[in-house]
Design a protein around this ligand. Sequence first.
Ligand SMILES: NC(=O)c1ccc[n+]([C@@H]2O[C@H](COP(=O)([O-])OP(=O)(O)OC[C@H]3O[C@@H](n4cnc5c(N)ncnc54)[C@H](O)[C@@H]3O)[C@@H](O)[C@H]2O)c1
Ligand SMILES: N[C@@H](CCC=O)C(=O)O
Length: 577
Amino acid sequence: MFTLCTKWMVRNARRLERLERFESSAAPSHGSVQLPKLQDFSVANEPVLEYRVGSKERDELKVELGRISTVIEEIPIVIGDKCYCVGEPKFQVMPHNHCHALAKYYYAPASTIEHAIEVSVEAQQRWDRTSLQERIAIWERAANMMAGEQRQRLNAATMMGQSKTAIQAEIDSAAELIDFMRFNIFFLKENAKYQPISTDPCVTRNSLRFRGIDGFIAAISPFNFTAIGGNLAYTPALMGNGVVWKPSDTAILSNWRIFNIMREAGLPPGVVNFVPADGPTFGNVITSSKYLSGVNFTGSVPTFNWIWKAVGDNLHRYQNYPRLIGECGGKNYHFVHPSADPATVISGTIRSAFEYCGQKCSACSRMYVPRSLWGEICCGLLEERCRLKVGDPRDFSIFMGAVIDDKAFDRISGYINYALNNRKTKIIGGGCYDNRVGYFIEPTIIETTDPLDKLMTEEIFGPVLTVYVYEDKEVTDILRLIGTSTKFALTGAIFAQDKPFIQFALEELKMTAGNFYINDKSTGSVVGQQPFGGGRMSGTNDKAGGPNYVMRWTTQQSIKETFVPLRDVNYPYMNES
Ligand SMILES: NC(=O)c1ccc[n+]([C@@H]2O[C@H](COP(=O)([O-])OP(=O)(O)OC[C@H]3O[C@@H](n4cnc5c(N)ncnc54)[C@H](O)[C@@H]3O)[C@@H](O)[C@H]2O)c1
Ligand SMILES: N[C@@H](CCC=O)C(=O)O
């Protein structure tokens, strides 16, 4: 503990030093933004543990990985304080060893989802009367449990259930999840500091209070980030809402861990209900309920489009206009300028495109490289790619595990087959896949001569990177293609040393990414540091991990209290004439 704290303090001091040095240097190129000092924040990011050989965290994680691999955990539907196991059981398997089941769970039928809605609507009324202090105390307790005794249980469930390596699990089900818990409390407190003007408080007192929304919020989460499930379900709850949470089938065990931690930390039953279900059945029931007050969704564009349309079709039924938050897919780019540093491009691109098998919504999947640098960058990418080991995450030497399931395997291998049979494209690295034991796909690099090829425009969501090599003199035209060739605008990165070009690209690419990186990879946003989300068809861009996200989940009330009562209808001048 002592070593950890000391390391943390040293790291923090270094960060502070770097920030101060940056502040005292020239103003940032995207405007004269005044950067706050680290000391201004009463919250800090959870340190990411390193899992080196012999470390305490590595030993603890191994014990938990051993334990989790020998049992099939039973996961019920939980509504209020009752558990339900109904219908045919389903199984969550290890993607890297798909004959091995980890968890047994059940799909809630329509009637059970309706019951969850009733319970949640009723619980919301009591919960909304619980003071902010009490709610915050529960979140703080939960964050401490996640950072302490529950850390490796969360990580092991994420590694085995979603096929993440130790470090990818650590940045997700430990660091990011804990950060969401702590930063949302911080943002709530900061936002609550604002109170409206009372010109003379002896005459009138004006105030603003946060209320949950009467009804229920449907939280619908994706498979790829455990932390996102936690944020989607529990941030609305923090703000006084009742929630019906439908976790993803392929992240069910890690999401179940979060649900249990929150209950153990003191969240009353019924505030968040755990309701695994078939997606379309769940979607139909929630969008037909008069009590739907919001949908907190993260996942693919087609699913969000379906939800949005169903809400529109059912508008006449609702007592509130449901709030719709949807963070969706991306076709994220790395744009390399002739002035770029090739080494930075190579390592950033390998990490972004292939970490967690490219199954991050922010993963780089299209890259534009100038002819003058392609020789060096191509060699570097291929050399690094060859070193990436693919396998079972219990082997700490692997770089990536398996893709999530058979559907993903078929979709991604379909794109690889397309590249094999297309004369405009050439697979220059990888391209093999094998699903006999696990859903394994090699990190694959494809070169195309068509910047509008579907490999350059559609979301693949797998370990496939497509590169278009442009002639140096075409740099401006190609830069403009980024924003016009896809409907997405999630993340993007430019690599350049040329300052005027960076300034030009910042303007030219302004609407092409909700998260924009300069000389850094397109992935790896951190709560409180790079609030996350994209525009255009990548989503509603409500910026999870930012200060305004909590405010999407409250319906505010302005209160004016008058101490000098109005007893005369006439205006003063009328009494004078
Ligand atoms: N922008 C972001 O912040 C972000 C973050 C993570 C993932 N993603 C995106 O998520 C996608 C991958 O996740 P996924 O495969 O789990 O997405 P998905 O759309 O297949 O599923 C997401 C959730 O929706 C449910 N669902 C499916 N059909 C439904 C329906 N008709 N009604 C209600 N719910 C329904 C699923 O069961 C799951 O729980 C990718 O497109 C990725 O880019 C985006
Ligand atoms: N926060 C993640 C993206 C989450 C989407 O899958 C990142 O920036 O890499």
